[in-house]
Design a binder for this molecule. Sequence first.
Ligand SMILES: C[S@@+](CC[C@H](N)C(=O)[O-])C[C@H]1O[C@@H](n2cnc3c(N)ncnc32)[C@H](O)[C@@H]1O
Length: 276
Amino acid sequence: MNNKISKYRLPKIYEKGTDNIWTDPYISSRLLEAHLNPEFEGASRKKSFIDASALWIEQQFPVVSFPKVIDYGCGPGLYAERMAEKGYDVTGIDFSKRSIKQGKVSAAKKSLPITYIYGNYLTWQPQEAYDLALLIYCDYGALSREERKALLTNIYASLNSGGQLLMDNFTTKQLEDFKEETSWQIHEESDFWSEGMHVVFNRSKKYPQHTILDQAIVQKVDTMQVYNIWKYFSTKNTLTEELEEAGFTVQAYYQDVAGRKYDVSAETITIVAKKE
Ligand SMILES: C[S@@+](CC[C@H](N)C(=O)[O-])C[C@H]1O[C@@H](n2cnc3c(N)ncnc32)[C@H](O)[C@@H]1O
């Protein structure tokens, strides 16, 4: 029995929960369903957006100049497959076993030569160098300051000189309407968080450093799991500083990874950064 009352304590900033949604055996299956639902904006963006985004990426980073692509947090390969279909030599890394397995099965079915790596991109040491790195759908915002630094350093090291990074994140605009909330629900049947009967306590809290916590504490018959989902919101300046600190030179700003014009009032920011 690990139903400890101390699990309800408010965590310190960026403290990990007991489990992670992307690697949890049950929740990762629900997230994979979300990735593969073309109309659902959740684990991945909608199919129509990803199609437009992949097309824009191809125009900005032509395959002749950027033949080798590494997709950080590739999920089941929605971008990896589109890029491979356009002739790029694609590697995808993700720490969701389920997503990597799905990516491999799908690539084999479509005869796409994608290399999938099951691993943690915060610690992964690439064995080869790439021309274009992708970090898409605001994965960056889930990381602590130290993790963001480690990831950008790793991405920088994984690029050839002249190689570029395309990444996006949430902006502080989203913080303006944020409201702290606490709620709980009794579920008699399976849902996103668990199979069978369970109780979910949700808490949204504002922290310093442009950060919020979306927490779910899931209580089942004899277990209690804590999922701490951190969201760090960037500004144009903070994101630029963090990229420059890792050695990058910023090339361009956009609103999204489909090339929409940068706008200070937008809820996401996209940056293209170069390794000179
Ligand atoms: C929001 S999803 C985005 C997936 C994909 N980029 C897309 O747009 O379809 C984030 C992905 O990053 C993966 N991820 C998060 N942290 C990771 C880490 N430390 N190492 C490897 N993969 C990670 C998750 O498993 C998940 O597949």
